[in-house]
Design a protein around this ligand. Structure first.
Ligand SMILES: [Zn+2]
Length: 105
């Protein structure tokens, strides 16, 4: 069984966790000022990286807290986990987080 390290609880079986999507998304400060396409892209478009990827996870059947993880999507190997709000670790192959979308006006 795959074990995932919750940064708050330690190693736990993967069955205790739920996937939460791409990590480090930053909500635009003034979404009403965005054009429809930019807002739609923020809401629905995610990178779909093959390889090293920063993701949100939740220890749903444990402490219930969200955290971030860096996982290789080709091997399902977790390279790092860290608390939400922390920057991702500097790992080879990991793309840094994108800045939030900005108004085009
Ligand atoms: Zn936990």
């Amino acid at each position: 069984m795959l074990l995932i390290v919750c940064p708050y609880c330690g190693k736990r079986p993967e069955l205790e966790f739920t996937y939460g999507g791409q990590a480090h998304l930053v909500r635009p400060a003034k979404p009403a000022e965005l054009d429809d396409q930019t807002w739609t892209d923020f809401l629905y478009m995610r990178t779909n990286t093959k390889g090293i990827y920063a993701e949100r996870w939740r220890h749903a059947r444990g402490c219930g807290r969200f955290f971030n993880a860096v996982r290789d999507t080709t091997t399902d190997h977790f390279l790092a986990t860290y608390e939400s709000g922390q920057p991702p670790p500097a790992l080879p192959g990991l793309t840094p987080p994108a800045p939030p979308p900005r108004s085009s006006t």
